[in-house]
Design a binder for this molecule. Sequence first.
Ligand code: GDP
Length: 586
Amino acid sequence: MAMKNSNEPSSAAGMGQDKAIFILKPMTVGAFADVAKVSAGEVILFLLRKGISCSRNQLLQEGVVADLARHYGFEVVKSPKISRDQDELVIEHEGGAQESRSPIVVVVGHVDHGKTTLLDYIRKTRVAQKEKGGITQHLGAYRVTTGRGDIVFLDTPGHEAFMRMRERGLKVADLAILMVAADDGIMPQTLEALNAAKAANVPIIVALNKVDKVDQKRIDMVKQQLAKYGLSLDEWGGDVICVPISAKEGTGVDKLLEMVHLQAEMLELKARVTGPGIGYVLETKLEKGRGTVATLILQHGIVRVGDFFVAGVATGKINVIMDSFGVLIKEVMPGNPVQIAGFDEMPQAGDIFRVITAAEYKERKSNRGKFPELTSFLPQAEDKNALVIMLKADTDSSKDALTKAIEKLAGQEKETINIIQAGVGAITESDVAFAATAHATIYGFGVKPEAYVQLEAKRLNVPVFSFYVIYHLLDDIKERIEKARKPEVVSKKVGEAVVRKVFDIKGEIIAGCYVKTGKFVRDGKVVVLRDGRKIGEAKIKTLQRERRSMKEVAAGYECAFIAEGLSDFQIEDTIECYQEVEVPKE
Ligand code: GDP
């Protein structure tokens, strides 16, 4: 029964006025009849005429389902499969009419090498001016028109998104422009970007930027540097194109765009132009009144207002599509960045966005029951010694419960806790970035950061803890405050002695020593050293001087001690005495 409606060829699945789309999969006769809105008897009869005898519950193979669907006037599309291939998510998109599409390009490179300047320059000079002055909506991508065709540029934070996608194995960009400032040459992030592009198998074009600042000698030097890192330039017989540019003055940018086209032509990029849309989420944000909005770049198919969709953990029904010019549109074709609203949860940048049927949407909804909502900002922490907390919970109610409980705890703990932000939804990279600047600890309740977010947290030194039981979370906070308050206990060397005699009294080995410096204390610990090597260490059990039990023995005196479980003493051994002392925390 689960499949009964899941193939419903409703207009909600991105279908429109032409033929309804049928997403192919094996299904029973009965299920097909339900979808096609015909009687099962009619289907059975049709199959009988083809020489296939079957019952209502017979499972039909894809080929037979495809024949049936075509017979009943559907346009048959294979369901988009997402398969894992060595950590790389590959989106298959067979079926449906294919058309060549514009390349999607990302600009990567070291900070300050001119990525933003180049993207700004291209946007200002190349974007078709629609109505009152070009792009008004920042969609994380924009489309550029050149004499040879269009190019889609992933805009800021394209660089970030690109890195993130590497972590997820996704491939949103077809080509990468590696910005290398000629004055700086190759820098750490240049290599990082280069490796990311290689890992994602994205071809590279090098833009040697800021040539207005350097002479030819310097340009040649950087080119040699590039070769050293395995980028063999085409002018030297290699396959990497390198275009000297000045993003600031615009020189060389035309040539760069031409090279992008040349490279892209070799890739023979195609898009399915019918059927349900599938693409990537580039950015997400919360907007007053509209909730979550996301920018998408569509790879295949069509997305229409009214379509149901899934994107990562989020689902929804599209109620608004807006293009780069701020114009509300009804549908969008592949390669066009748009902003959509209608999410019931927040997806993450890099998530795959996919149009689904109304039935699949319903099924997903009924399996979840969690409807996270916006993040609310609480006052910034002022007390530097306070435990600064950013809270991310799985539901609104757990967020409220936790916020109250933590605030109560804060009251008891005399305001040493500050919640700077409490929200619902996944722990994202932007949460980590925010926590890093606020010196906050992120507490997840019922939500765990994905691996790439954990990596980012590690990189930025942001502690992230996830819990599934409220009391465990509260206990952890309490413990952390206590720890923060309690002075640190450190082991400190307080004296040094030399072994003069070793006694064995009724099986107890006693070291008779002479205290050379400092003091020996009964509640201390001894470390035995022989020829500079550590032989053992133990707590002191008894400490004596002239057969009298002592609390401590000062330098210049003889002493004898028994140490717990320690018996290997030799004359001339050095004994160090350590005492635990409390050091107040800063
Ligand atoms: P990003 O961090 O890679 O995005 O770098 P930006 O685009 O912000 O550029 C960093 C700095 O380099 C800015 O001050 C730019 O004005 C400057 N810059 C960028 N491109 C050029 C260029 O071609 N020539 C010169 N002289 N300066 C440039």
